[in-house]
Ligand binder design. Structure first.
Ligand code: NAP
Ligand code: ZN
Length: 351
C-alpha cells in the first residue's frame, strides 16, 4: 500500500521560521495505528531541535511530541485500540523491544537507540527521518500509543505526553513521598507539571524561580512556598533543607547555589539542560554526600501509569491554545520566558 501525503509545519534550516510543508506518512501496517491529530503541545525541546541547539538536527524538522488524537484506522494485528479511541503519542515511536533496557520498560534508554517521534532515522521509510505532531495525522506502532482517560480535557492532556512523564518519572524513581520537601526549579512547561505532581504525591512543594511575578500562579498550581533564586537572603533561609530538587532549567547554568539547598544525602535531578553546565565546586556535593542525577522522559508503561494517575486525580496542563500559524510567535514567547504554562496547537487550524 502506498504512503499518504499530509499537511505539516516544519523548519528547513536552523535559522528559518517554521512554515507549511507536505510530508509522507506510511501506509498502516499490521501493528500500526493511524491517528487523526487533534492537539499537539509545544515543548522547549521542539525549539532546541529546530534551532539545532543540540547539534544533530536533520532538516526538514517537523517537531511535536505531545500528540493527542483519535484513532482512524488500525492494522489487522492491532488488538489494544479501535477506531474512535482517544489516544496519545509521546517522545518515542519505536525501540528494539529486545535489549535489557526495553525488557525493563525503559525504552527511552534502548541500547539500539529508541526511534524518537521526530528527527530520528525512520525504519519504515528508508532514507527519511521521523516527523512529529505538528501535522494532521501520524502512523505509529500500537506499542507506542497511549490510552487517554476520556474524563480529561483533550487539549490540556497533550503536554502530559512529554512534560508530564518527564517530571513524573524522576519523582516516582526517587520515591518522593508525603512530607518530603521538594523543590522544582523553573516554572515553565515541565516545572508546572512537576509542581502539580509533587503536590499530588503529598510533598511540601517549593517553587524555585527567577520570576517573582510567577509566585501567585505557582501557589495556584500547588506550590506551598515560592523561593526566588535571585534573592540571596531567601536562598540562605532554605539552605540545606531540601530532600529532592527537580531542575528544569533549559540552558547551562551555575549549579552551586542550587546544590547548597540540598540536605545531606539528598538528590538534584537534571532534566532541562542537555548541554554543558557551568563548572561547579566539588565541595558542593562532597560536603553532605549529595547527588546530582539526570532523567530522560519515561518508558511507555510508566507513561501510561502517569496518564491513569492524571485521570484519577483530574490533573492536566495549564495551556494557551494557539493556531498552527501562530507557532513562530509562540517559539519567541517560550524563549523569552513568556509561557503560561504550555502552548498547545489546535490542529483544526492546519486541516
Ligand atoms: P520552558 O517552558 O521554557 O520552561 C523553562 C523554565 O526555566 C522557564 O519558564 C524559567 O522559569 C526557567 N528558566 C529559563 N531560563 C533560565 C535560566 N537561564 N536560569 C534559570 N532558570 C531559567 O521549557 P520546558 O518545555 O519546561 O523545558 C525545559 C527544558 O527541559 C528544555 O531544555 C527541554 O528541552 C528539556 N526537556 C527535557 C526532557 C527530558 O526528558 N529530560 C524532556 C522534555 C524537555 P522561571 O521563570 O520560573 O525561572
Ligand atoms: Zn518534550
Amino acid at each position: 500500500m502506498a504512503s499518504t501525503t499530509i499537511k505539516a509545519y516544519g523548519a528547513t534550516a536552523s535559522t528559518e521560521a517554521l512554515k507549511p510543508l507536505d510530508i509522507q506518512r506510511r501506509a498502516v501496517g499490521a501493528d500500526d495505528v493511524k491517528i487523526d491529530i487533534t492537539y499537539c503541545g509545544v515543548c522547549h525541546s521542539d525549539i532546541h531541535t529546530v534551532r539545532n541547539d543540540w547539534k544533530g538536527s536533520t532538516y526538514p524538522v517537523v517537531p511535536g511530541h505531545e500528540i493527542i488524537g483519535r484513532v482512524v484506522e488500525v492494522g489487522n494485528g492491532v488488538n489494544t485500540y479501535k477506531v474512535g479511541d482517544l489516544v496519545g503519542v509521546g517522545c518515542m515511536v519505536d525501540s528494539c523491544q529486545t535489549c535489557s533496557s526495553c525488557e525493563q520498560d525503559l525504552e527511552q534508554f534502548c541500547e539500539k537507540r529508541a526511534t524518537f517521534t521526530y528527527n530520528s532515522p525512520n525504519k519504515h521509510m528508508e532514507g527519511t527521518q521521523t516527523y512529529g505532531g505538528y501535522s494532521t495525522a501520524v502512523v505509529v506502532d500500537e506499542k507506542f500509543v497511549l490510552s487517554i482517560p476520556e474524563n480529561l480535557d483533550e487539549a490540556a492532556t497533550a503536554p502530559l505526553l512529554c512534560a508530564g512523564v518527564t517530571t513524573w518519572s524522576p519523582l516516582s524513581h526517587w520515591k518522593v513521598k508525603k512530607g518530603d520537601k521538594v523543590g522544582v526549579i523553573g516554572l515553565g512547561g515541565l516545572g508546572h507539571m512537576g509542581v502539580k505532581f509533587a503536590n499530588a504525591l503529598g510533598a511540601h512543594v517549593v517553587m524555585i524561580t527567577t520570576s517573582p511575578e510567577k509566585g501567585k500562579d505557582a501557589k495556584r498550581l500547588g506550590a506551598h512556598e515560592v523561593l526566588v533564586s535571585k534573592d540571596q537572603d531567601d536562598m540562605k533561609k532554605h539552605q540545606g533543607s531540601f530532600d529532592f530538587i527537580l531542575n528544569t532549567i533549559p540552558v547551562g547554568h551555575e549549579m552551586d547555589p542550587y546544590l547548597g539547598l540540598l540536605k545531606i544525602d539528598a538528590t538534584m535531578v537534571l532534566v532541562g539542560a542537555v548541554e554543558p553546565l557551568k563548572p561547579f565546586h566539588g565541595g558542593s556535593v562532597i560536603m553532605g554526600r549529595k547527588r546530582i542525577a539526570g532523567s530522560l522522559i519515561g518508558g511507555i508503561k510508566e507513561t501510561q501509569e502517569m496518564l491513569d494517575f492524571c485521570g484519577e486525580h483530574n490533573i492536566t496542563s495549564d495551556i494557551e491554545l494557539i493556531d498552527m500559524q501562530d507557532i513562530n510567535t509562540a517559539y519567541e514567547r517560550v524563549t523569552s520566558n513568556d509561557v503560561k504554562y504550555r502552548f498547545v496547537i489546535d490542529m483544526k487550524s492546519l486541516k
